[in-house]
Design a protein around this ligand. Structure first.
Ligand code: FMN
Length: 399
């Protein structure tokens, strides 16, 4: 698979290749999946006022971030449990990202050990953390990340409780994965997938497991993700971790400002791709506010990006980087590492094309919220025409 046409095509291929419960695990969201749909719709509905006469260099899309150079301003969001799609999912995705010189965030709930991923990709990933009920396992993973040389720790704050994902509940898909008549029936019609899973044995979570002998994965997951995050924990992490520390799941200005005061290097605006709070606003709507409050802090976003033009919209709204989740999972399920690589190339090409058409960097180029007029002074997010004041400058930041 050399050229990927679009994310929807990959999604259809993934649906054909995976048993229903495995496809639904990546494709689904929480509740009635309203947040998930809002994310994608917000990107489709946002408009760009272009300045095609803006002079720019076409190849100038690389970025230096936290001591690393990346070929383009986008990366791969952390996704746990991808071993359910195929046995080498974490490795294949990490290798594709490294080959394309893009940031890759390894999930704490990945099915491959951090050390193995770094070795296979010949590069230390960014490391995502959940908050365990006890501090010791969290600090142990932080220390492992330090030994490996991960440039960034990404603490996910939007999972104080796991979202109610109705598709998973209906399909009987659980952590740990248990065979039921329903899942067996679905797997039987996908023998290649079933053989791979049988050969590999039960899914492991080697970044959460501190005790090799631990076999109760359900208890392990509950313990390792069910802790309460507070500002004291973030301050403690800041003290212990010498590299960059970013918070993922921020959707409000006050949190971004407080994170900056505590010495965090930045935030990822995200609603977890609509897998957590179903009432959360589309992530694209929050970026401008958060970027304004974050000041010089790093702001990136995920949730709903599906192509290179969406990446441009994310950047015009105030994000420096856009992260892709499901499109990468669909690509892996559709065609393994080659399809992920092809997808990453496509996103890059689409972004280069879109930014040329739009004139990214011009003071006249901006993103419009649905319903706004091209002449309005206020765009969707943080990128406003030169000379215009933010209408939302009065964001109140509480200490
Ligand atoms: C299958 C799957 C697993 C995920 N696992 C994690 C995880 O372990 N940690 C985390 O912070 N976010 C996780 N996420 C959320 C993503 O990091 C990201 O926020 C989201 O997928 C972005 O939205 P998008 O899928 O619309 O691109 C997961 C998402 C998916 C689809």
């Amino acid at each position: 698979m050399d050229t990927v046409q679009d994310c929807e095509q990959l999604r259809r291929q993934a649906r054909r290749r995976l048993p229903r419960f495995a496809f639904d695990f990546i494709d689904g969201g929480a509740g009635r999946e309203a947040a998930m749909e809002r994310n994608v719709r917000a990107f489709a509905a946002a408009e760009i006022v272009p300045d095609p006469l803006h002079a720019m260099r076409t190849d100038d899309i690389g970025c230096d971030l936290f001591g690393q150079h990346y070929a383009a301003p986008f990366g791969i969001a952390p996704m746990g449990g991808l071993g359910l799609l195929g046995t080498d999912a974490d490795l294949a995705i990490a290798r594709a990202a490294a080959a394309c010189e893009l940031p890759y965030v390894l999930s704490a709930a990945a099915n491959t050990a951090l050390e193995v991923v770094a070795e296979a990709a010949q590069r230390a990933p960014w490391m995502q953390l959940y908050c365990p009920q006890e501090r010791a396992p969290l600090l142990a993973l932080v220390d492992r990340a330090r030994v490996i040389g991960c440039p960034v720790l990404m603490l996910t704050i939007d999972m104080p409780a796991v979202g109610k994902r109705l598709r998973d509940l209906r399909n009987g898909a659980s952590v740990p994965f248990r065979w039921t008549w329903k899942t067996l029936g679905s797997a039987a019609s996908h023998p290649r997938w079933s053989l791979g899973q049988l050969r590999n044995g039960p899914l492991r979570f080697p970044n959460l497991q501190t005790d090799e002998g631990e076999t109760d994965i359900a208890q392990l997951m509950a313990r390792q993700t069910g802790g309460r995050i507070d500002w004291d924990l973030i301050a403690a992490l800041r003290d212990r971790w010498p590299g960059a520390l970013v918070l993922k799941g921020v959707q409000c200005a006050a949190l971004a400002a407080r994170a900056g005061q505590l010495g965090c290097d930045g935030v990822i605006v995200s609603n977890h791709g609509g897998r957590q709070l179903d009432g959360a606003p589309a992530a694209l709507r929050s970026v401008g506010e958060v970027a304004a409050a974050a000041g010089k802090g790093f702001v990136a976003m995920d949730s709903g990006l599906r192509n290179g033009e969406d990446l441009l919209k994310a950047r015009l709204a105030g994000a420096r980087l856009g992260f892709f989740g499901r499109p990468v999972a669909y690509a892996y399920a559709a065609g393994g590492e080659a399809a992920v690589t092809a997808l990453l190339h496509d996103i890059k090409e689409e972004y280069v094309c879109a930014r040329l058409q739009a004139g990214e960097g011009s003071p006249h180029t901006r993103i419009l919220a649905p319903g706004a007029n091209p002449g309005d002074s206020v765009g969707y997010g943080g990128h406003l025409p030169a000379g215009h004041e933010r209408a939302t400058a009065s964001v109140v930041v509480q200490a």
